[in-house]
Ligand binder design. Structure first.
Ligand SMILES: Cc1cc2nc3c(=O)[nH]c(=O)nc-3n(C[C@H](O)[C@H](O)[C@H](O)COP(=O)(O)OP(=O)(O)OC[C@H]3O[C@@H](n4cnc5c(N)ncnc54)[C@H](O)[C@@H]3O)c2cc1C
Length: 470
């Protein structure tokens, strides 16, 4: 039970100073709170004799890890401190459906290739210890039926992220993990092999002190989490957004909002990138939006190019090949054949169907080439046909910024992987300190890879050291 006494109700037992929370005080296994002139207690069902693990962040990594910890070490006190609502990103993820993981990567080496930050390091034991198959089994064993869509994305059969949240929260309750919401862990330090934490609830202006035996930072991309990591001696790789859409400087293109392409090949050229980077060319579906371009191919480019794009101020040129399976010479002959066959038709009304283009986009191409759509195919010069073919194979778009989403889907940067052991998720600098999820310099492309990082890290963090020490 979690009780908060209203303002001005004084608990004399704690009246004079900050007290240590989750203490070994034999009289009360309780949190005590010092407020300037207001005191209150929050009683917890924690055992004063057992060690305490504090988890910072009730997101996917934190909650999954906390459940794992309580499962393998039932006597350990496990307390999750969450500043907002637990699993809030899970709720909105995948358009409210929650793309839990990816089911098309049974090979862990291939799995790692989906992480622009982490692809080298994650080729080790990470996904072998707890990969997508393990995650799917875990959710199935705990009552969440899952389905794998054609592109590999795994969703709950219910098509609702609530199934995932309900499952995790009922496991939190069943295993005895203690959830503390609406509180922020603001500072962390070490003394005598323990972690001293300050926890604040700003809305009512109080501070708690907690002494923990283990600390697990799963704070996602929050600045407060990075601050805690630096207070404990870690460095932070500058966080930059990943997985965003591209703003394109072309009003005629954005008028085509909603037009999609099943398969394009897109290459990003940036002034800050001099060498040829294979991952800055991607193949896949693309979508025109009100402000530019989106779709899997663009999101993948944004992820692989996240750092370069940030240093280029999100400006560059995107070259799109609208028929990647057709050689340029073949493209020319397709157009020339069409000219011969449909010589008496207007260019706007007739174009090769095998190119899979919609009429609105064909008109856009003619406009870009300055060709009047009323012109008969018979009248169009072969030079103009060569130009259309070139445009279809290498159409340049000027990028003028990144998409207008308020919150980025994922953040690149965070605690460097060189500072933690991916076998245990334990800090190499601070024993008994663990990290998992987006707080680390790991981020994946779309398709369930980011949650998989959180589930894998959460699972690994809590199984090795804690088990071996207990
Ligand atoms: C709109 C959207 C849709 C997405 N869809 C998908 C998807 O379908 N599939 C996929 O794989 N990925 C998806 N992602 C990415 C995925 O949500 C994240 O990668 C994942 O949530 C990371 O998990 P985490 O536990 O590391 O961090 P988070 O989920 O961000 O959780 C961290 C938690 O820590 C709390 N916190 C931070 N600092 C403190 C502190 N000092 N004290 C207390 N609490 C703190 C935060 O409030 C937060 O709840 C999506 C992201 C967004 C934004």
């Amino acid at each position: 039970m979690n009780l908060f006494f209203p303002r001005y109700i004084i608990q004399f037992r704690f009246a004079s100073r900050h007290s240590s929370l989750f203490t070994n005080n034999p009289f009360t296994p309780a949190i005590s709170i010092h407020k300037k002139r207001r005191f209150s207690t929050i009683s917890l069902s924690i055992s004063p004799k057992s060690e305490l693990l504090v988890v910072v962040g009730g997101g996917a990594a934190g909650i999954y890890g906390a459940i794992r910890a309580k499962t393998i070490a039932p006597n350990l006190n496990v307390v999750v401190i969450e500043k907002g609502k637990p699993l809030s990103k899970v709720k909105i993820s995948g358009g409210g459906r929650c793309n839990v993981t990816n089911g098309h990567c049974p090979d862990n080496m291939i799995m790692a290739d989906h992480y622009p930050r982490g692809y080298r390091e994650l080729k080790g034991s990470f996904f072998n210890t707890h990969g997508p198959v393990d995650t799917m089994s875990w959710f199935c064993d705990h009552g969440v039926e899952l389905k794998t869509e054609d592109d590999g994305r795994v969703f709950p059969v219910s098509n609702s992220s609530s199934s995932v949240i309900d499952c995790l929260m009922s496991e939190v309750k069943r295993t005895g993990v203690v959830m503390q919401t609406g509180k922020v862990v603001t500072t962390a330090s070490t003394a005598g092999g323990k972690f001293n934490l300050k926890i604040e609830k700003r809305s009512i202006d109080y501070v708690e002190s907690v002494e923990a035996d283990y600390l697990f930072i799963a704070s996602g991309s929050s600045q407060q989490g990075y601050t805690l990591a630096t207070q404990l001696g870690h460095s932070i790789i500058d966080p930059v957004p990943s997985l965003f859409t591209f703003k394109i400087d072309d009003s005629k293109l954005t008028e085509l909002s909603g037009v999609s392409f099943v398969k394009v090949k897109a290459k990003l050229e940036l002034e800050t990138v001099r060498k040829n980077i294979q991952q800055l060319t991607q193949v896949g579906p693309m979508l025109v939006t009100h402000w530019g371009l989106s779709g899997p191919v663009i999101l993948r480019l944004s992820a692989w190019g996240a750092r370069y794009l940030s240093s280029s101020d999100y400006k560059g040129i995107l070259y799109v090949d609208f028929a990647p399976d057709l050689h340029i010479e073949h493209m020319k002959s397709v157009l020339l054949q069409h000219k011969n066959q449909f010589a008496k038709l207007k260019m706007l009304n007739s174009y090769p169907l095998e190119l899979g283009l919609v009429k609105r986009f064909w008109k856009y191409l003619l406009d870009r080439e300055g060709i009047d759509g009323d012109l008969l195919w018979a009248s169009v010069s072969n030079n103009s046909i060569m130009s259309i073919a070139s445009l279809l194979k290498q159409c340049p778009f000027k990028m003028k910024g990144k998409g207008i989403f308020k919150d980025e889907f994922v953040t690149a940067g965070g605690v460097p992987l060189s500072e933690i052991s991916l076998k245990t998720m334990e800090s190499k600098l601070q024993p008994r300190l663990f990290f998992a999820g987006e707080v680390l310099n790991i981020d994946g492309v779309t398709g369930g890879f980011n949650f998989q990082n959180a589930w894998s890290g959460g699972h690994i963090a809590e199984c090795s050291k804690i088990r071996s020490e207990r």
